[in-house]
Design a protein around this ligand. Structure first.
Ligand code: G4P
Length: 527
């Protein structure tokens, strides 16, 4: 086995998807505790300490500073090396969140078991479908009164259209949460309260029929036996192939706060989740992760992350080969070889210089404006990785200048920010308006701040009657021209001069789609 194959075999790169408050931050803490990156769980947290004035740039940076420490975390677990990529949540939910999902090989879906499937999770699952990413599910908050576990599985299957294979099954819930039964290991693992901040010694008994179980949990033992019978009949068995194709998810139950069950899930992750996968190129070729030659793509750019380092960092996912400090790689879009002397990674809050990185790892490149989302870096060949999409924004604002003479700078700033992926800009064909689109509200504040600090233009944003946008394509030139003529009032060019349909309402969009069946309306566009 070559060294690159060995390094690939060790690695798992994943992200957590969840609705706000389901427990992503808490799980991240416990995962790091198990990875022994934190002496004591609880250090990741910070977002809720004090109210942040969202309009204040410094405060925003502070907030960013916190989210940055958790941007990419690498830690060992058993024989493996795990890369956990953070997906921004809450208000700073943005396209970054979506794009991060293109840089991982599997996802952990966290569901609040008292609430079930929530809206943000549905959206994020749609994005994972673009690449059929394998999903592991964690039903969280078992120390509270939760919904019926079988009903939860049904809901996941119905709404998210993925088969569920329970790996563990809860015994009791809320105050009476006793632990879980592991269906594959035929073991009962007992829950102890007050163990939230340390790795617990496992308290396990073997066998569902073990009389010890009755002694320990009383009437819950027979109830469990009945339930397991039912569960085995009513749900799916774990199937590795279906998991790897994104059609089936193994399901675990536990409580992140009580630090129970997170390790069961990690065991599943290292056992089943795919090792770093190669990526398709736009020319139809494929780069295997075991290829000795270095390649990677940029999926996220973060600006002004650390008040002490006023720079932007481009996050690159290594696809193949090895990154070594000081090596030269080809920046394909600008056709130049660049020397990368100081790539970064972020381990538990510190910026650390990476000496080397392997497929599945993320490195941070200092960026002074030459790197864009979707850029490919290679060993020397000129090709581009495919599949870093732009997502149709869901929120729109009109950007207006305080000083109308600065229209040119404004446009330049917005186009650059859109190239970087901070926001999307649309210029209607029939007016001089500038409409920006985002998937998260905070993106608008970031853009106004950055326009001011980096482009010296003072802008404000205001509401605009736009519900959604779709990129439009047509094979039949004549019909497409007719569409362009008739729909002119709703057409706009995005930052890269691609034609998009701007719909004032969802009903308008579906009517237009019906009227022009030969036009393709796309929800994503590859960068
Ligand atoms: P998020 O990142 O997905 O938004 O969720 P986060 O981990 O911040 O958790 C949201 C809230 O749910 C937090 O409470 C957290 O303590 C709680 N929580 C997470 N896991 C569990 C669990 O297993 N059981 C119970 N009972 N609660 C859990 P909070 O009151 O909003 O914040 P805090 O003041 O506790 O930090």
């Amino acid at each position: 086995m070559s060294q690159v194959q060995k390094e690939v075999a060790k690695r798992r790169t994943f992200a957590i998807i969840s609705h706000p408050d389901a427990g992503k931050t808490t799980i991240t803490e416990k995962v790091l505790l198990h990875g022994q990156k934190l002496q004591k769980a609880g250090t990741v947290k910070g977002k809720k300490s004090g109210q942040h004035a969202k309009s204040d740039w410094m405060e925003m940076e502070k907030e960013r500073g916190i989210s940055v420490t958790t941007s990419v975390m690498q830690f060992p677990y058993r024989e493996s090396l795990i890369n956990l990529l953070d997906t921004p949540g809450h208000e700073d939910f943005s396209e970054d969140t979506y794009r991060t999902l293109t840089a991982v090989d599997s996802c952990l879906m966290v569901i609040d078991a008292a609430k079930g499937v929530e809206e943000r999770t549905i959206k994020l699952m749609e994005v994972t479908r673009l690449r059929d990413t394998p999903i592991i599910t964690f039903m969280n908050k078992l120390d509270r009164d939760i919904r019926d576990p079988l009903e939860l599985l049904d809901e996941v299957e119905d709404i998210l259209k993925i088969m569920c294979a329970p790996i563990t099954w809860p015994i009791g819930q809320g105050k009476n949460f006793k632990g879980v039964y592991h269906l594959l290991r035929d073991e009962t693992i007992f829950y102890k309260t007050g163990q939230g901040h340390r790795i617990q010694e496992l308290d396990v008994i073997k066998g569902l029929d073990n009389p010890e179980l009755d002694k320990r949990v009383g009437s819950y033992a027979d109830e469990l036996r009945e339930q397991i019978e039912l569960v085995k009949g009513a749900s799916h068995e774990f199937d590795l192939e279906l998991f790897l194709s994104g059609e089936l998810t193994p399901v675990y139950f536990g409580t992140a706060l009580g630090n129970f069950g997170v390790d069961h899930m990690l065991d599943g992750l290292v056992e089943w989740a795919p090792t770093p996968q190669g990526r398709a190129r736009e020319d139809g070729e494929f780069v295997e992760s075991s290829d000795e030659r270095f390649s990677g793509f940029v999926f996220k750019i973060q600006a002004n992350m650390d008040p002490k380092h006023r720079d932007r960092v481009a996050f690159l996912r290594v696809v193949s080969g090895k990154y070594e400090q000081g090596m030269k790689i080809k920046h394909v879009r600008i056709g130049k070889d660049v020397r990368i002397a100081d790539a970064l990674t972020f381990v538990a809050g510190d910026r650390e210089h990476v000496e080397e990185a392997w497929p599945g790892d993320i490195i941070g490149l200092h960026n002074h404006g030459t790197i864009q989302i979707g850029d490919t870096f290679t060993w020397g060949d000129s090709f581009k990785f495919s599949g870093i999409p732009n997502f149709a924004p869901e929120l729109f604002r009109r950007i207006r200048l305080k000083d109308p003479l600065k229209q040119k700078q404004l446009l330049k700033g917005l186009v650059q920010l859109s190239e970087e992926g901070a926001v999307q800009v649309f210029r209607p064909l029939i007016s001089n308006d500038l409409i920006v689109g985002a998937v998260g509200v905070l993106q608008f504040d970031v853009v106004v701040h950055r326009l001011k600090s980096e482009y010296k233009v003072e802008a404000i944003y205001e509401n605009v009657q736009v519900a959604t946008a779709r990129w439009v394509y047509g094979n039949d030139v004549k019909k497409f021209e007719e569409f362009k003529r008739k729909a002119e009032h709703n057409l706009a060019l995005d930052g890269g001069d691609n034609l998009a349909y701007i719909a004032p309402t969802m009903a308008n969009l579906s009517l237009t789609q019906e009227r022009f069946p030969d036009v393709t309306f796309k929800h994503t566009r590859e960068v």
